[in-house]
Design a protein around this ligand. Structure first.
Ligand code: C2E
Ligand code: MG
Ligand code: MG
Ligand code: MG
Length: 278
């Protein structure tokens, strides 16, 4: 079709946008049934100590195996769920599922480190968030320290005053808070001062070039130094090579997450290969 119209880039662009929005609409429709059809699941990725590899935490990462479209990447369906507002219901499911899973692992005799869930801006703006978290914990006889939340600067930027209040509440309850994808937002430094968090997660765009890229090394080192002087921990995401790990260790980064130290895997695989008896 684009060829018939000649090299008309504007037309071509419009076509591809139309195709994109059709796909979005299809996914949005399919996503509406995803919970009821049990198409959603969680994978879990280890966070380990940079010094000795000890397991310190897990991150729950949502997976969608759609009956109609097969596995759909979170990079594709999370934005759809966010724009349609479905993320509020899906996010509540993630919270319940992660807590249920921790309880199931513990009941089978396994030691379980805190599990982190990712929160979207919509969830943060929802009045029920704190209650949902409290309920998910209570229902599964878990302590607030068993659960951690990860949020990006964009979540904090949407409604800063409100976000600050919610974070304070969560911290008071005893939840651990991590600022995800740190360094990619607009006002990283100011936000660190204003928002009560315990950990910053260095974005993988700054990990990728380690150790050879001197800019990445400088940024990673500066983030670690600044975070430590604010009494925050630093976890590096997207660590794929021994060299990156060594560089992060030398920079005194606290924790490591990435394919090198553990890919995200389903609950059964994690129990078999990663978790140890209590
Ligand atoms: P994120 O929270 O920053 O999660 C890290 C992403 O990097 C995950 O992608 C993970 O699988 C991937 N990853 C981990 N280690 C490596 C590595 O060594 N190399 C590379 N290249 N990638 C690595 P995933 O699972 O596709 O999730 C993408 C994003 O979707 C997440 O980014 C998060 O923003 C969002 N997401 C995932 N699950 C949820 C959820 O339950 N709720 C919400 N609101 N968002 C979620
Ligand atoms: Mg995350
Ligand atoms: Mg991240
Ligand atoms: Mg990310």
């Amino acid at each position: 079709l684009a060829k018939e119209r000649g090299k008309n880039n504007v037309q071509f662009y419009t076509d591809s946008l139309a195709t994109q929005s059709a796909r979005r609409f299809e996914l949005e429709t399919a996503l509406r049934q995803a919970i009821a059809r049990q198409e959603l699941s969680l994978h879990y990725q280890p966070k380990v100590a940079a010094t000795d590899g000890q397991l310190l935490g897990l991150e729950a990462l949502l997976r969608w195996n759609s009956g109609a479209y097969g596995p759909v990447s979170p990079a594709e369906f999370i934005p759809v769920a966010e724009e349609s507002g479905q993320i509020v219901e899906i996010g509540a499911w993630v919270l319940r599922q992660a807590c249920w899973q921790m309880r199931a692992w513990r009941d089978s005799g396994l030691a379980v480190p805190p599990v982190a869930v990712n929160l979207s801006a919509h969830q943060f703006a929802d009045n029920n968030l704190v209650t949902e978290i409290e309920n998910a914990l209570a229902l599964n006889q878990l302590a607030p320290a068993d659960l951690e939340v990860e949020l990006t600067e964009s979540v904090l930027m949407t409604e800063p005053e409100r976000a600050r209040g919610v974070l304070h509440h969560l911290r008071q309850l005893g939840l651990h808070v991590t600022i995800d994808d740190f360094g990619t937002g607009y006002s990283s430094l100011a936000y660190l001062k204003r928002f009560p968090a315990g950990t910053v997660k260095l974005d993988r765009t700054f990990v990728r070039g380690l150790p050879d890229d001197s800019d990445d090394s400088a940024i990673a080192g500066a983030v670690v130094a600044m975070a430590h002087s604010l009494r925050l921990l630093v976890v590096a995401e997207g660590v794929e090579t021994e060299k990156q790990l060594e560089a992060l260790r030398a920079l005194k980064c606290d924790q490591i997450q990435g394919y090198l130290t553990g890919r995200p895997v389903d609950a059964a695989t994690l129990a078999k290969n990663v978790l140890r008896p209590q």
